[in-house]
Write a protein that binds this ligand. Structure first.
Ligand code: ME8
Length: 652
């Protein structure tokens, strides 16, 4: 890896027929992670993303909205760009296929292929799927009509067309796959491609006359009714973005280190694209890396089902870095992944909160208590050489995993040094050592832990830049190439410093989300809300976090009838209610409403219940739900149905 000085990383350019969803965010975040690592390790890096704006599909979407294709493309392209900006995606260029220099570059490429004898004119007749912008041979159609990819109806297109001699490149492509075992990642995907190409390649129709929202043919061909096939236009972006055909000042970045794509577009990238490049006499990319597909709660996402995960909403609710970590950690690259709030919350609370966040808290606590925050690593090797060796052996394995796209493994391995640190505290018990007067040993332990945290934060930075910057601030160092060299390559520890007491980085999520509705119950002295949690509650109450309708519907609200009510002994605020929700047994709910309602007041009345809260214990009683209530300076009142409703009726 490190023998190549320039690193060029690309994402697909996204169609402007819809706004970005989790899949787009996934690809872009992986690319951003690799670009950040590459820059941090001192490599000259160029990271490209952008939008794919031509073709019949876009023309039709624009028409359906009564807009010009250009105005429509401008609008949607901007939503992608804004999202990536808000997500701090560190792209070096955002290309649009409607950019003038891109169009010029594509025309130049067309001419070059033409001059090389790889393009000829003929008539095309075939089944075309507008949605996928692809021709399919009849043998591949479902029921002789429907697209094998998306299931939509295909149309028969018969038109004069220019063809690219793809068949001519069959053997050369096979040679490339065979000589470069890592050209397609994961490797299993390479076999699929090889089998497909061995099955025989037909020449490819690369122009259209049936619509005109596309790049025109070069003027010298004098054939104005043709526009270029959108995939020829789109794939070329990877070189036109570097100035191919216009100002070639960035062409030294070519060939790409990695084209990141989803598995849906592997054929275009692994077959057409290298064939075009061969025809142009340009070198081929090092890797084409195809990741798997995201589903939601086990189901395919689609607009009609209304279950598309909006990346902005997730990042707003759970934190951008947490979302990045989840996406990259949750699935092996190339495999399909399932998004669920539960899986996300588990990752945040467990990997991030318990393993990483708590370690920093423990270090802050120990160094504060014993040494007024000072941390000195001078004697670490004297006492903890075994731990140091173990940590370094884990860190040494990391970099190749990233560039082989094994990012989930990278993160898994990166957690091993954290385990070493957490275990060392339990094993050496600094609280005992200090009592025995072994201050130097405790200081060295703190130095070890600070060193491990600094190394992990450095290597985690490409995945979680904001959080790791905070960790680095607490540990008084900066994450940059020089310190990456020192901490990772030269295996050094931190210089002496005084630790910054920063608030916990990963407050437990269930409390954070449930804090607001539970205030009714939590305003009792039984379970004081911690300072940090309060801050989060306040933030939520200011109305900063917007949720989507799908998030709202994850809350199950039901009408219930109070069938039994009594006071909780020794509590000034709690009532113990049995509420019928139309289920086999009434639910037991502990409600902090006694100041305003007696047990008698509540008996027989109807209430609105949050029915899918995790059970909680209050004063020793399990509470299996929560009542909706409103409270202002004049007191609290219950929220009830306006007319009697059957117990268990859903609200929403
Ligand atoms: O195909 N799971 O654009 P596109 C994971 N313009 N990734 C997903 C996904 C999902 N459910 N849905 C989409 C195009 N993606 C062309 C590309 S490149 C020269 C032209 C991601 O807007 C994944 O990266 O349909 C996929 O390859 C890409 O979005 C397709 O985006």
């Amino acid at each position: 890896m490190s023998c190549h000085k320039n690193v060029y990383i690309t994402t697909p350019i996204y169609y402007v027929n819809d706004i970005a969803h989790i899949g787009h965010a996934y690809t872009t975040i992986i690319a951003d992670t690799i670009a950040r690592y590459s820059r941090m390790s001192g490599l000259d890096t160029f990271f490209l993303t952008g939008t794919d704006e031509h073709g019949q599909k876009i023309e039709e979407s624009a028409k359906a909205r009564g807009k010009s294709s250009q105005a429509y493309a401008d609008e949607i392209s901007a939503t992608f760009r804004n999202l990536w900006d808000d997500f701090h995606i560190t792209y070096d260029k955002f290309i649009r296929t409607t950019d003038e220099d891109h169009k010029k570059g594509v025309q130049k490429a067309f001419n070059t292929m033409y001059e090389n004898g790889d393009i000829y004119k003929d008539v095309y007749k075939g089944h075309y799927c507008i949605s996928c912008e692809t021709f399919f041979p009849k043998s591949q159609l479902v029921d002789d009509e429907f697209c094998p990819e998306c299931g939509k109806s295909t149309v028969i297109v018969e038109e004069e067309s220019y063809f690219f001699k793809l068949s001519k490149y069959q053997d050369k492509l096979l040679e490339w796959y065979n000589n470069n075992p890592e050209c397609i990642l994961p490797k299993s995907k390479r076999n699929e491609v090889i089998r497909f190409v061995e099955g025989g390649l037909e020449d490819l129709s690369i122009t259209r006359t049936s619509f005109d929202w596309g790049v025109k043919l070069p003027e010298n061909l004098n054939d104005p009714k043709h526009v270029m096939y959108v995939w020829l236009d789109a794939l070329m972006n990877y070189v036109t973005a570097l100035g191919y055909g216009t100002d070639e000042k960035n062409m030294h970045y070519w060939p790409a280190r990695v084209h990141l794509i989803g598995k849906d577009i592997l054929r275009f990238h692994a077959i057409y694209w290298p064939a075009f490049l061969m025809s142009l006499g340009l070198p081929l990319p090092k890797h084409i890396a195809a990741h798997g597909w995201w589903t939601r709660d086990g189901e395919k996402m689609s607009k009609s089902k209304g279950n598309v995960v909006n990346p902005r909403e997730v990042a707003d609710a759970y934190g951008l870095d947490n979302f990045r970590y989840f996406l990259l950690r949750e699935v092996p690259f190339g495999g399909d992944g399932d998004f669920s709030q539960k899986a996300l919350i588990d990752r945040i609370n467990s990997d991030l909160g318990n393993d990483l966040g708590n370690l920093l808290n423990r270090l802050i606590g120990m160094s504060d208590k014993y040494f007024e925050g000072k941390i000195d690593s001078t004697h670490v090797a004297k006492y903890y050489q075994t731990e140091l060796n173990e940590v370094e052996s884990y860190l040494d394995r990391l970099e190749p995993l990233l560039f082989e796209m094994q990012i989930h493994r990278y993160l898994e391995e990166l957690w091993r040094p954290l385990a070493v640190a957490n275990k060392s505290i339990d094993k050496y018990q600094p609280w005992t050592l200090i009592k025995e007067g072994k201050e130097e040993e405790v200081m060295a332990l703190n130095g070890l832990i600070a060193g491990i945290l600094a190394k992990v934060a450095t290597m985690l930075y490409p995945v979680m830049p904001e959080i790791c910057t905070k960790i680095a601030e607490a540990l008084h160092f900066e994450i940059n190439t020089e310190n990456w060299q020192k901490l990772i390559k030269d295996k050094k520890l931190l210089e002496t410093f005084t630790i910054e007491k920063i608030p916990p980085l990963f407050p437990r999520i269930e409390e954070l989300l449930l804090a607001q509705p539970q205030t009714v119950v939590q305003k009792t002295e039984e379970k004081p809300v911690k300072k940090e949690e309060k801050k989060n509650v306040e933030k939520k109450e200011e109305g900063i976090a917007l949720i989507g309708i799908d998030q709202f519907f994850q809350t199950s609200l039901k009408v219930g009838t109070v069938v039994a009510a009594e006071e909780v002994p020794k509590s000034a605020k709690l009532l113990l209610l049995q509420v019928d929700l139309g289920e086999e047994h009434p639910r037991q709910i502990v409600a902090g409403i006694k100041e305003w309602y007696s047990a008698q007041d509540m008996l027989g009345t109807q209430v609105c219940v949050v029915a899918n809260l995790k059970p909680a214990k209050l004063m020793g009683y399990t509470s299996e739900g929560m009542l909706l209530a409103a409270k202002d300076e004049n007191g609290l009142c219950m929220i009830r149905p306006e007319k009697p409703k059957k117990s268990g009726t859903s609200i929403g």
